[in-house]
Design a binder for this molecule. Sequence first.
Ligand code: ISE
Length: 356
Amino acid sequence: MSHDLKVAVLGVGMMGAFHVDALSTRVRGARVTVVNDFLADKAAEVASKVGARVESDAITAINDPDVDAVLIASPGDAHAEQLNACLDRGIPVLCEKPLTTDISSAYAIVQKEKTLGKQLIQVGFMRRFDAEYAALRKLISDGGLGKPLIVHCAHRNPAVGDHFNSEFMIRDSVVHEVDSVRFLLGEELTSVEVIKGAATGSAPHGTHDPMLVIFETESGAIVTDEIFVRTGVAYEVRTEVVGEKGSALIGLDQNLQTKATDGRWGGNLTPSFVERFGGAYDVELQRWVNAAKAGTIDGASAWDGYAAVAVCEAGVQALRNGVKFHVRLLGGAVATIEPEEPRAGIRAPDLEGAWP
Ligand code: ISE
């Protein structure tokens, strides 16, 4: 394709608007022709800045003759229908996570794309385009850490709205660790359990914030993920991989460090994911545009999106039921998630009455 890729952007909340700006100013070889959002004013405001047209119906936007490719940044529950429409038209699509909001619709999308015989769907897991994640992945695949044994993740956001309950924390935030660990280790996650502790006073009643989510991988590695979305401090995302031959840590987020004559030292906190991962989002977008023009993808696939949906669903079930859930993805059928039998508790009758 020699001309600019003409992109329809569906959903122009914070992320979609960021992508519209990137496609219009920082990314080469593409332009936004159509904008859609359920908030008409928002769509009009964003479209007018980049000379795009507003289309009030998402499916009509996808089928617009002035559209070669679609960027989906709408709420997750709209994705299945929109992705299906892109596949029906046979055009490339970059879909923000989650791929869909349930395992069977995600699996159906993977199968539908497969029958078309070409990869049209890329999922927006931007951490894959961050230089530190790429370096850590290379270190691991080159054998620099030996066999990976443990991965420690911390994912902290300074503040979120009250709609961000514990389940949302898994589907919207922990989903990034699910994908990053699959990307870093190159293997599937096979089980999830969720430890709920004391909640911060800023969390609404009934929301467990923070939580510790623990995964196992196919090779038996353990992954811990502290998810804390109301720290009141900053945007912090760290990952440490401990292997047989050493360990490596990314995400220290050490920007400019200063020392002042009045005795102060330190740097600045990172306020949000836009500052931390803005560069990665732009690289992701440029590589998607290049790949879409060449008829392929360059990033997380529909399968990766589906795997993340299945593991997060197991996480939500683990949270609800208070037991570990196993995930089985492979085998040519839709993923299964099953609870582990609760282990028998330990009783110590001999101790009863042992103390006064
Ligand atoms: C948000 O949707 C993101 O994708 C951010 O990267 C993540 O840190 C945040 O928790 C999510 O809500």
